[in-house]
Design a protein around this ligand. Structure first.
Ligand code: AP5
Ligand code: ZN
Length: 225
């Protein structure tokens, strides 16, 4: 089983707690279908935090909202896909983002005798993304994602369930959102065309409440439990 989530920044790809965008929806999918969750963005942020060679190369690029070179992200996915958690299947969040990455992935999956069943396109108008992105808050240790307005932390006004503080991603500003969106339209839209030709794209209207979007994702997919 293999699922790819594609959507602009803030389309709701991850949220360990609720079920919104790409990050917001990925953990739900992971639990429902027993898949591993591979987020190249999360992996890069971890590398930056640890100060690895990869992290040193990626940091400034990410802060500018540009794309990290293909070979670096291909390497992340190549390693992650071999982990035991991925034996039953995988969900890719934020990868592939260029046609070249999609071609590398094809090659990799062929070697590993794995395949992609669904490419879920989370469709949201650009106009609502700024509010989602600038309101996002993250619990660094767990990756739990909140939103100051749409999914505020329960316990206190600004803390995670553990009581630990939440942070804001350095690229979650209105200024950096612009180049991020630009990269999305320029490089990632062609990835959708690539998969459309293979008949794999399931377009989901993600301009709705978390739970509504989640139900739409589930019913759009060929992947079964
Ligand atoms: P990455 O981490 O992948 O970020 P992104 O693609 O910009 O996506 P986001 O994480 O911003 O969006 P999301 O859809 O996950 O949003 P979420 O669900 O959290 O990449 C970061 C950087 O790393 C890139 O810019 C690049 O430099 C580099 N990179 C990563 N992968 C790469 C690759 N393959 N190639 C090259 N470079 C790469 O939702 C956002 C907020 O909205 C949350 O607060 C959430 O609570 C809220 N929300 C979500 N859904 C809803 C809803 N339905 N209603 C109300 N609020 C909602
Ligand atoms: Zn994300």
């Amino acid at each position: 089983k293999g699922v790819i989530l594609v959507g602009p920044p803030g389309a709701a790809k991850k949220n360990k707690k609720k079920k919104p965008g790409k990050g917001s929806q990925a953990p739900k999918l992971k639990d429902e279908y027993c898949l591993c969750h591979i987020s190249t963005g999360d992996a890069l942020r971890a590398a930056v935090a640890q100060g690895t060679e990869l992290g040193k190369k990626a940091k400034a690029i990410m802060e500018k909202g540009e794309l990290v070179p293909d070979d670096l992200v291909n390497g992340i996915v190549g390693e992650a896909i071999d982990s035991p958690q991925c034996a039953k299947g995988f969900i890719l969040d934020g990868y592939p983002r260029t046609v070249s990455q999609a071609q590398s992935l094809e090659k990799l999956l062929k070697e590993k005798k794995k395949n992609v069943n669904d490419v879920v396109q989370l469709d949201v108008p650009d106009s609502i993304l700024e509010e989602r992105i600038t309101g996002r808050r993250v619990h660094k240790a767990s990756g739990r994602t909140y939103h100051t307005k749409f999914s505020p932390p329960k316990q206190k006004d600004k803390d995670d369930v553990t009581g630990e503080p939440l942070i804001q991603r350095p690229d979650d500003t209105a200024e950096v959102l612009k180049p991020r969106l630009g990269e999305y339209h320029k490089h990632t839209s062609p990835v959708l065309e690539f998969y459309k030709q293979k008949g794999l794209v399931r377009r989901v209207d993600a301009n709705d409440k978390f739970d509504v979007v989640w139900e739409r994702i589930k019913s759009s997919m060929n992947t079964k439990k």
